[in-house]
Design a protein around this ligand. Structure first.
Ligand code: F0G
Length: 337
């Protein structure tokens, strides 16, 4: 399957002949969720963005941001990140032959994401501060040096990420009442709404934030955001106004979900739907279960990142292994007992 820029070039800011840095991202599955649908009393589908090359939706934005950086002659790409943007930047920068640098909150990014960023050869800087501080610092740095800033303040990120809305509309023939999506820095909900508007489909946009990191819900910046969903541990989203506009204009809303609700949805998706996503992604389903979607009949929940990103949370939430001696009776008891 071709990458996003190749598939949607007529709707993206790339001309024929422009350099394209791609890992054949996008074209992710949209799978029905029968158990969840029965609980909600509506038709629920899951958009599995963890099926992207680095395991999150960030690759959609990154193919565009890094391709544009190469077109502009940049040598270095940088971002602040709670982990997934860092992993994606690192991979696409490696592929493009650019130097990658990522600033992450020390001790607050999931193990898989850290392993990815390091393996792809990015310079990983652990900031003794949170994501919001990291973003303010990289913005200032990019103002003073000729480096490509590829956080979702970069328009190319939004352009790439809007293509997920195109795919959903194609898969459902435009029949969609509501979209449920986790909100952190608020770039993704902004991107989906742009994509939907471009193809003339207007689902209600329901954004969900973790209760300890819910600036949009409270209408004010959160100084010390906290949540088990480390990817959305953000207190001052860069795309604040655009995210609010997406929800208001579409007739949706923003609401908070507790860590307990997030983890319950995380386990439910894995155990009942066979879908392993990371905790932040499960906020979309947690929100749907806790708050509903205004009586919508056909709903898509965006699962933004793969469960393998965060093995530590998975092992803390899952059952334990069964130790066993290498002998038939013991194996029988272990398997069938
Ligand atoms: N889900 C996951 C798995 C994420 O990694 C993020 C953001 C979001 C949801 C929220 O998306 O920021 O566009 O509202 N992760 C960023 C990062 C902040 O650095 O990887 P958003």
């Amino acid at each position: 399957m071709a990458g996003l820029i190749e598939r949607y070039r007529d709707r993206l800011p790339f001309a024929a002949g422009d350099p394209v840095v791609s890992l054949e991202e996008g074209s992710t599955p949209l799978v029905p969720a029968p158990r969840l649908s029965a609980r909600i009393g509506a038709e629920v589908h899951l958009k599995l963005e963890g099926a992207n090359p680095t395991g999150s939706f960030k690759d959609r934005g990154m193919t565009c941001a890094i391709s544009a950086a190469v077109r502009e002659g940049a040598q270095v790409a940088i971002c602040a990140s709670t982990g997934n943007t860092a992993a994606s930047l690192a991979a696409y920068a490696a592929r493009a032959g650019l130097r990658g640098a990522v600033i992450v909150p020390e001790g607050k990014i999931a193990t898989g994401k850290l392993a990815q960023a390091l393996m792809h050869g990015a310079r990983v800087i652990a900031l003794r501060g949170n994501f919001d501080e990291a973003l303010a610092l990289v913005r200032a740095l990019a103002d003073q040096h000729p480096i490509a800033l590829v956080n979702s303040v970069n328009e190319f990120r939004i352009e790439g990420q809007k293509t997920a809305a195109f795919e959903i509309v194609e898969a459902l023939d435009g029949e969609l009442d509501a979209l449920c999506i986790p909100v952190g820095n608020a770039g993704n909900i902004t991107a989906y709404w742009r994509g939907f508007r471009e193809v003339g489909v207007f689902p209600r946009m329901y954004g969900f934030q973790a209760a300890g990191a819910a600036p949009l819900v409270h209408g004010r910046r959160i100084e010390h955001p906290e949540t088990v969903a480390s990817a959305i541990r953000i207190g001052n989203p860069a795309r604040w106004e655009q995210a609010m506009d997406a929800m208001t204009a579409s007739g949706g809303t923003v609401a908070a979900v507790t860590d307990a609700q997030i983890l319950a949805a995380y386990r439910l998706l894995a155990a009942e739907e066979g879908v392993f996503c990371e905790p932040a992604s499960a906020a979309s389903v947690a929100g749907l279960l806790a708050h509903g979607a205004g009586g919508a009949e056909r709903i898509v929940c965006v699962l933004t990142g793969h469960g393998l990103k965060d093995p530590d949370t998975a092992l803390a939430e899952a059952g334990s292994v069964i130790p066993c001696e290498p002998e038939m009776g013991a194996v029988e008891r272990a398997v069938l007992g």
